[in-house]
Unconditional design. Structure first.
Length: 135
């Protein structure tokens, strides 16, 4: 049907632009300040930027993986159904993107053991199951 460059949607372009800007802001925060000098608002800004970067990264990954799978394994009607599932991909990416900030937060308080990681994985599985059933 076409090369991968042709099927890149506007949502992916926006996600790439926002994700790149969040990566730049994260790099600036990490190079200019420390958590003690940034204060609570600086730490909040770091975690918010990290979450937005993760959402964009996982959204692009999910949408491109769906489109590549539809091209290689699917038929014409499956490619059209993939194009309409951007909302579901966004919901998946918002839940999956919670993992990096939660994990960094758990590490910052010194509580990122195996039990906590299993709980985080269970939370993610339940959230993805909810999206699967709901949308």
């Amino acid at each position: 049907s076409g090369s991968l460059g042709i099927i890149v949607s506007m949502g992916i372009r926006v996600a790439i632009i926002v994700g790149a800007s969040m990566a730049i802001i994260i790099a600036l925060i990490l190079s200019v300040t420390s958590p003690t000098t940034a204060g609570p608002l600086g730490v909040l800004a770091f975690f918010a930027c990290m979450y937005l970067f993760s959402v964009c990264l996982f959204y692009v990954f999910i949408v491109l993986a769906q489109k590549i799978a539809a091209i290689f394994f699917g038929k014409k009607n499956q490619i059209q159904s993939v194009n309409t599932s951007g909302k579901k991909s966004y919901y998946y990416s918002t839940f999956i993107a919670l993992v990096p900030p939660i994990y960094v937060g758990m590490q910052s308080v010194g509580d990122a053991g195996l039990f906590e990681m299993v709980l985080l994985l269970l939370f993610e599985l339940l959230a993805c199951f909810y999206v699967y059933k709901r949308y």
